[in-house]
Design a protein around this ligand. Structure first.
Ligand code: IMP
Length: 424
């Protein structure tokens, strides 16, 4: 495994949770490096289904140390609840979980601000956020007024910071004539969570660097996906962090020189949840069929995901930015019943054909996909355990998307369970 970064190649929800779970079998340390509880990583073990939002997916492997790095924004109430619910279901956490002293905290006023911003955006400008307060918490970090996890180790200091900050937000809410934060009530919840979480808070930069120098296997677990990256994504319809490979370093404190491997998780088709451009979106019965077959509903918000064909243009650009060594293709089985399958190989933008992903979101919005059509296989793939066991047309489809994306395929997933995964 060595030191590996795993990222989403598309708009998130590529099935990263499942691939991480498979890869963590032999991993010593698993690190979340960005995002917050906007993420929803689904892991199915036997008949049990878990949805993780903040805790790294390595938590199901008894030996793995799980780190929430400095690049993550942590909602203390959500993390407390997640740990308790995992423990209730028999997952042993103990000292295996560490939260970076430097990670920034999300409070009620961030969630309220998130909702206020969304509410004030006109139609067409809405981002469709998860309303978890992610954007406002990162904004505070960059504005240098955020509160970090290390303050949870000193409740007096945390209370002072929290009350000052809540007051600052309440002034804004008052001026906007919306409900204000009940500071006392919120402080009760926050102080309880801080007391509970204190034992997990430590300088995780040291843990990660020690593990790297001891040549341990480390897996960086990306959340969301390339096209939601605040720098490279379909701005402003993005999340507020760097979801791409480079985010693993700034979000954890490990130097880029250690990264040996990049796994890009990609669905055999495309989905997006929330607003923003999506050139290959299918707003017809086919989109509905893929959504139903693929159970495409957001793991965090339950919203129906928008579904569409595989997009080679955005995938190739994404593999380039992320430096993907190997692709992990998920949900191939969802396409099993289709008589034919389309792949977007170019965009037509205002009459001009291009094979390069534009940087202007308006151009991506205007893009009309140019498709090539491949025959389907109309056989079940969910029992396949090797590339050779796949129907010939499924093999051809995979070879074609790999060629177009410019990256080799290393892993294929043909169902939600651990054993429905194989390596090439
Ligand atoms: P935020 O991260 O809640 O601010 O939302 C910004 C955009 O990212 C919205 O379009 C969300 O739907 C999307 N988003 C955030 N987290 C995820 C995720 O884990 N999967 C897919 N989309 C996400």
């Amino acid at each position: 495994m060595a030191i590996t970064v795993l990222v989403g190649v598309q708009w998130g929800d590529e099935g990263k949770g499942k691939i991480i779970d498979v890869l963590t079998e032999k991993v010593d340390v698993v690190v979340r490096f960005q995002g917050g509880n906007n993420a929803g990583h689904t892991v199915e073990i036997g008949k049990e289904k878990f949805v993780l939002h903040l805790v790294p997916s390595g938590i199901f492997r008894r030996k793995a140390t799980c780190i929430i790095g400095n690049g993550v924004v942590v909602d203390p109430l959500a993390l407390e609840e997640e740990i308790i619910s995992l423990e209730k279901r028999g997952v042993k956490i103990g000292k295996r979980l560490q939260v970076s002293t430097r990670s920034h905290l999300i409070f009620a006023y961030h969630r309220m601000m998130d909702a206020m911003h969304e509410g004030s955006r006109s139609e067409g400008k809405k981002i469709g956020t998860t309303k978890r307060g992610i954007g406002p918490a990162y904004a505070d970090k960059m504005s240098r007024i955020g509160i970090r996890a290390l303050e949870m180790l000193d409740l007096k200091r945390l209370e002072k910071s929290f009350r000052e900050h809540a007051e600052y937000y309440n002034k804004i809410f008052k001026a906007a004539k919306i409900e204000q934060v009940d500071t006392d009530a919120e402080w009760k919840k926050v102080s309880k969570a801080a007391r509970f979480l204190g034992k997990y808070v430590t300088d995780t930069v040291l843990t990660i660097n020690e593990a790297a120098s001891e040549k341990k296997d480390i897996l960086f677990e990306g959340a969301q996906g390339m096209w939601l990256d605040v720098d490279y994504g379909t701005y402003p319809f993005v999340t507020s962090s760097n979801t791409t490979t480079s985010g693993a370093c700034t979000g954890s404190g490990l130097s880029p020189k250690y990264i040996e491997n990049v796994v890009g998780v990609i669905k055999a088709y495309t989905t997006r949840v929330g607003e923003g451009p999506f050139p290959t979106e299918l707003k017809d019965e086919m989109g509905e069929l893929i959504r139903k077959t693929g159970r495409e509903f957001g793991a965090t918000t339950g919203r129906p995901r928008r579904c569409g064909w595989f997009d080679a243009i955005s995938s190739r650009y994404s593999c380039m930015v992320n430096g993907v060594d190997r692709l992990a293709v998920t949900k191939l089985d969802v396409l099993d019943m289709l008589p034919e399958i389309k792949i977007c190989t170019a965009y037509r933008i205002n009459g001009k054909k291009t094979t390069v992903m534009p940087s202007d979101t308006e151009d991506i919005t205007a893009a009309v996909p140019v498709y090539e059509t491949m025959p389907g296989w109309q056989q079940t793939t969910s029992n396949a355990r090797s590339f050779k066991q796949l129907p010939k047309n499924a093999q051809k489809y995979l070879k074609r998307i790999s060629e177009l994306a410019g990256s080799k395929i290393g892993i294929i997933s043909v169902g939600p369970n651990r054993d429905q995964t194989f390596y090439i």
